[in-house]
Design a protein around this ligand. Structure first.
Ligand SMILES: [Zn+2]
Length: 50
């Protein structure tokens, strides 16, 4: 892995999955899904197992 924390986001509405870093995660929580605009919570993020 290349430094920084990584999370996997799966949108509960449109089903889009994205690998994001911590700042992208915060932006998604603040702004909603980039694809469909659904509000997302921290629950939609998981840390992939190595
Ligand atoms: Zn979505």
């Amino acid at each position: 892995m290349s430094g920084g924390e990584e999370y996997e986001f799966v949108c509960p509405d449109c089903g889009e999955s994205l690998a994001v870093n911590e700042s992208m995660r915060d932006a998604l929580i603040e702004n909603g899904c980039v694809i469909c605009g659904t509000p997302v919570s921290v629950d939609e993020f998981s840390v992939p197992e190595p």
